[in-house]
Design a binder for this molecule. Sequence first.
Ligand code: ADP
Ligand code: ZN
Length: 207
Amino acid sequence: MNIILLGAPGAGKGTQATRIAQKYGVIHISTGDMFRSNIKEGTEIGKLAKSYIDAGKLVPDAVTCDIVKDRLSKADVIGGYLLDGFPRSLFQAEELGKFADIDLCLNLEVDTALIMDRICGRRVCSCGETYHVSTLKGETTCAKCGNELYRRDDDNPETVKARLDTYNVMTAPLIAYYAAQNKLATVVCGNKTPDEVFEAVCAVLDK
Ligand code: ADP
Ligand code: ZN
């Protein structure tokens, strides 16, 4: 099964993606993670991406489509994959349609009023776990692997505002795009816990 995970920043895409990949044995492909590791390694793509990411804007389509196309040409995706954070524009969706067969677009619907607090209080680990400061009680390391937690550079109020604007203008139209192809399933997250959301996600995927 080849799945797209759609949702505003802070909707919980990363958290759900990790669980989906584990349970259904699909490969988790996150364009955000790929850009961040390029930035860390100081590659040309990383240097280019950083200015856009810090501004809450989309990294140019050509670069983004190339890295996804390249990733999907690897043999390990044959058993299915989960795209987290791609496509994020109608152009990217059209491009994706040329080199991939998508079965389902899973849309995580979140109340935008919750997003600011969720993201600005988010702490992440290099292993992929995410936490919220309100539940950390002062701990600074990951309960799962022991590594030091950190705050993403783009998880600050100003950049979050820009990311939300970018989502509303560029990405939200994809909901109607995949609905028109009869590939859309929406899970309403409301203020559900990650476990509750995952239950709803599984109900969709098990169908
Ligand atoms: P979030 O969904 O919380 O915003 P991501 O890790 O998915 O976090 O994305 C972080 C940033 O990486 C985005 O704000 C954007 O700048 C860049 N990015 C990720 N995926 C794409 C994409 N498909 N197209 C363009 N830019 C992207
Ligand atoms: Zn960890």
